[in-house]
Ligand binder design. Structure first.
Ligand code: HEM
Length: 277
């Protein structure tokens, strides 16, 4: 009687191993096609706009104001995806990333229709933020991601130099992280752990202390200095732009909704609003 080696690993009664979830991928090619599609659609709209009827000529009309509101909701989706990721709710991170990109591009198209109706005034800062968000996102994905992968396979400077004082400091830091982690999340491993939203909500002080130690460790390792400035800074830049955009959007919506009189500055208030302060 012959025995297959696989029989040694799987008994007939054992349940079939769970299939890993399928990871959808957004290739660079498809990403660039989507972005080019957005640019072409906006250009087509700008060419057609002079021939469109009156509701397409001012940003606050009965068509373009709801279009802006829908676009803004789509543009807020990436913030929710980011919370989902930090909350540890994403089993398939790529799917969240693809939704983040798709919702942002669709939102950008809709708010472009709105903003192009009067390409003027302080809300243009929002348009600039959106354009820079798209540029930094695409550069990160198409140009920086392959370089980032190569960085992870490299030995960091402190380990190469063998400076004993630096190594002792790092050892002490890692010991402090390990001791804190035993109280913060006893199941987690120091090498892989970073606090999620759940940790910040349930044990904020310990989570903040842990994040501070992790930042100190990154500084000692010279993590930012060991890569190109673009690789080191694109993410803080992308996130700062996103927060600036969010603050500007809230201000814009509050102003046109409640301070319509101030925005109109003597013109008629032709858009939907709740107060004309
Ligand atoms: C990313 C989102 C947005 C961008 C980039 C944007 C951009 C702009 C721009 C450039 C203007 C012209 C300002 C001027 O002529 O001085 C404007 C006006 C306006 N926006 Fe937005 N907007 C956005 C979202 C929204 C949303 C969500 C609403 C919904 C409440 C809204 C309501 C208005 C109204 C009512 C006006 C007309 C104000 C006027 O005619 O003076 N916008 N917006």
């Amino acid at each position: 009687m012959t025995t297959n080696t696989q029989d040694l690993h799987t008994s007939p009664a054992a349940p079939a191993p769970a299939k890993p979830p399928k990871r959808p991928d957004l290739s660079n090619r498809r990403l660039l096609i989507w972005v080019a599609g957005l640019v072409l659609a906006v250009a087509g709209y700008l060419i057609a706009k002079p021939f469109l009827p009156a509701p397409w000529q001012r940003p606050g009309t009965e068509i373009l104001q709801p279009v802006a509101a829908l676009g803004a909701v789509l543009l807020l989706a990436p913030f929710l995806f980011s919370l989902g990721k930090r909350g540890g709710h994403s089993q398939i991170p790529n799917r969240l990333f693809i939704l983040h990109v798709g919702a942002s591009l669709a939102g950008m198209f809709l708010v472009s229709l709105h903003a192009a109706a009067a390409f003027s005034g302080p809300p243009l800062v929002l348009v600039a933020c959106l354009a820079l968000l798209a540029v930094t996102g695409v550069v990160a994905r198409v140009y920086l991601a392959p370089r980032m992968a190569a960085t992870f396979g490299r030995k960091s400077a402190p380990f190469q130099a063998g400076d004993p004082a630096l190594k002792a400091k790092l050892r002490a830091l890692i010991d402090a992280k390990t001791a804190l982690l035993a109280r913060l999340d006893p199941q987690a491993s120091e090498a892989l752990f970073s606090p999620t939203l759940r940790h910040f909500l349930t044990t904020p002080l310990k989570s903040l202390a842990y994040a501070r130690l992790a930042r100190k460790e990154a500084r000692l390792m010279g993590a930012r200095q060991s890569v190109s400035w673009l690789q080191a800074w694109w993410r803080p830049l992308h996130m700062a732009l996103a927060w600036l955009f969010l603050a500007g959007l809230i201000l814009h919506v509050v102003l046109v909704t409640f301070f319509a009189g101030y925005v109109a500055d003597g013109r008629d208030i032709y858009w939907w609003h709740l107060a004309a302060w």
